[in-house]
Design a protein around this ligand. Structure first.
Ligand code: URA
Length: 211
């Protein structure tokens, strides 16, 4: 596995992921589990955020206390539409984060990803960026999204997903070897339709109840 890939195998994440995989798990439960896992992923992925100290007064004393050092808030970028599920969880943990969205579809004849939506906050070059998408299957959307986002020169960039296929990880790493990837699991393979096996089905459909 490429060095830039971290599998976050925390027992709580693994347990919740198994509940999400179960075919009988309801849309409401799937959604709340993704929110919970995303908070745990965010906790791990932000582990290296730099701190500085600030002088504060507790009710009893003055102390130099740690606070996040970055001048500008982090930006979370959701790859539409299933990225929304991770975004919601991460925002519960980091409510002041800024949010961007990127929407891409694959042109059915050329198979080239086409951008249909792109909106980011200002001053991205001064912000750390987390790009979120639950499923890295072929990796093509993540590759295209990150290529586009790199044009905006964020201070740092990480890709966070829930599940990945080995094919997608390798494709992404080939194109973006400089971008760390965080995932809760790497499954066996892709099927002939580009679904992750064993996976959890279509994350967007399960999240939004569209199937
Ligand atoms: N996208 C999904 O939602 N599920 C997969 O298995 C692959 C891509």
């Amino acid at each position: 596995m490429p060095a830039q890939v971290t599998v976050i195998d925390h027992p709580l994440i693994q347990h919740k992921l198994t509940l999400m995989r179960r075919a009988e798990t309801s849309t409401a439960k799937f959604r709340s589990l993704l929110t919970e896992i995303s908070m745990l992923l965010a906790y791990e992925v932000t582990r290296d955020l730099p701190l500085k100290t600030e002088s504060i007064k507790t009710p009893l004393a003055v102390m130099d206390a740690p606070v996040l050092a970055a001048e500008k808030k982090l930006v979370l970028v959701s790859i539409m539409r299933a990225g929304q599920g991770i975004l919601d969880g991460m925002l519960q943990l980091m409510p002041t984060a800024r949010v961007g969205h990127i929407g891409l579809y694959r042109d059915p004849t050329t198979l080239v990803p086409v951008e249909y939506y792109f909106k980011l906050p200002h001053d991205v070059e001064e912000r750390d960026m987390l790009v979120v998408d639950p499923m890295i299957a072929t990796g093509n959307s993540a590759v295209a999204a990150v290529s586009r986002l790199k044009e905006t020169s964020p201070k740092s960039l990480k890709l966070v997903c829930l599940l990945a296929a080995p094919e997608g990880i390798h494709n992404f790493h080939d194109q973006h070897p400089d971008v760390p990837v965080y995932t809760a699991a790497i499954d066996e393979r892709l099927d002939e339709h580009g679904y992750i096996i064993p996976g959890l089905g279509d994350a967007g459909d399960r999240l939004f109840g569209t199937k």
